[in-house]
Design a protein around this ligand. Structure first.
Ligand code: NAP
Length: 248
């Protein structure tokens, strides 16, 4: 019998690469979706534990390309059991700086973080519906605590993650019982990019977190893996991985 298949958009990114490794370790064939980072995605796919991994162009703003990708995955594997919508963008703009958040940036954030996740689900729905893994096909949307606490890199990024969480609930209802849809919602995660930011700012974020530190990509990946493999009666939920950040 063939191995279960997981497609991860933004799979070569700071969090996405940890998710790819976590799913490969429990026996998934992993499709590392990339937009610009083809080389990193290919290298990651080659390095993963297990079998059947590949790197594929998955430009989430291009709905037609996502449909074509789903078709290729169907032809190659005959299945897709898990879709992880990890592709996402943002840029730091102070919340009071309304002119700093220009229309092009607003459109780009919403097209990637919201429309892109929807388009990916739309493209992979037929394959996910046919999944035979325990709990059925599953979509995990990488959200953010920013979506609920409205504190984050900019106003529209926060709004995009609120929209994503809302979409998680609508789609969970609409696609049940064959497909589960769950948001995994981290606060600031100590990716290589975040590590490159000002240390005093990172310390301040950690101080505002009841557990006293930032999350790690592996902790987010372990949560995504649990949603897919263990939390098989969970759908429409927003699962926090944030050290209690909204409490403080
Ligand atoms: N880091 C944090 O603190 C944090 C906290 C909460 C939530 N999140 C969420 O977690 C997810 C991953 O974040 P990260 O920190 O790992 O960021 P990252 O390293 O910048 O990764 C973002 C990924 O998104 C992909 N991407 C961007 N635009 C795309 C497009 N148009 N089509 C397809 N893929 C696209 C990038 O692919 P290419 O490189 O191939 O272009 C990249 O792999 C995001 O949704 C983010 O909002 C992050």
């Amino acid at each position: 019998m063939s191995l279960p298949v997981a497609v991860i958009t933004g799979g070569a990114g700071g969090i996405g690469s940890s998710i790819c490794r976590a799913l490969a370790e429990v026996g998934f064939s992993v499709v590392v979706g990339y937009n610009k980072s083809a080389e990193a995605a290919l290298a990651l796919a080659k390095s993963l534990h297990g079998a059947g991994h590949t790197a594929e162009l998955a430009p989430v703003k291009d709905s037609y390309a996502m449909k074509q990708l789903a078709q290729r995955i169907g032809e190659r594997y005959g299945r897709c059991d898990a879709l992880v919508n990890c592709a996402g963008i943002t840029r730091f703009v102070a919340h009071g700086d309304l002119d700093g958040l220009d229309d092009a940036l607003i459109d780009d954030i919403l097209a990637t973080n919201v429309r892109g996740a929807f388009a990916s689900v739309r493209a992979f729905r037929p394959l996910l519906e046919k999944s035979t893994i325990t709990g059925g096909g599953v979509v995990v949307n990488l959200s953010s605590a920013a979506g609920s606490i409205a504190i984050g890199s900019n106003v529209i990024y926060c709004a995009s993650k609120a929209a994503l969480d809302n979409m998680t609930k609508s789609l969970a209802r609409a696609l049940a019982p064959r497909i589960r849809v769950v948001s995994v919602s981290p606060a600031l995660v100590d990716t290589e990019f975040v590590k490159s930011l000002d240390q005093s700012w990172r310390d301040e974020q950690a101080a505002r977190t009841p557990l006293g530190r930032l999350g790690t990509p592996n902790e987010v990946a372990a949560t995504v893996r649990a949603v897919i493999t263990t939390l098989t009666f969970t759908t429409g939920a927003i699962i926090s991985v944030d050290g209690g950040r909204p409490l403080k």
